[in-house]
Design a protein around this ligand. Sequence first.
Ligand SMILES: [Fe+2]
Length: 146
Amino acid sequence: MKYLCTNCNYIYDTAFWDDEEEVNIWQELDMCPVCEEYDTFHGIEEEVNYIDDNSRLESIEIEHFPEVIIEWDKLVVSVWNEIHPMWEDHRIASVSLYDEYWDLIEEKYLELEEEPRVVFDFDDLDEYEIRVKCSQHWVWGKRFVN
Ligand SMILES: [Fe+2]
């Protein structure tokens, strides 16, 4: 998720913030860490590349394709075959789950060298969206309907 401070125009992207604890502190204070103004952060829409047609995927789509397996009450998402690099300069930074109205349910952050695979608690959503954020190739989205 990306936020913009409307006072100083600072943009922060939670997926690339190193210290998660620090993020929580700023968010709780509702204060911009740069200009220290209160109540100025607003979520901004991300540009999402949607992967629609499974039968004609380009290689860059395959590399960032979220594969989903439902295991009981868990939603297991792996970025296609877990082959995507997880290096400092090129990695999957986060995988997010959105509901049918495009409201964020949860964003899971990935560490360097970790396999690009996350597990969400899955509460019987009829329709949902997964977004995969790559540090070099933007955000990739896929809608799923049960
Ligand atoms: Fe990538």
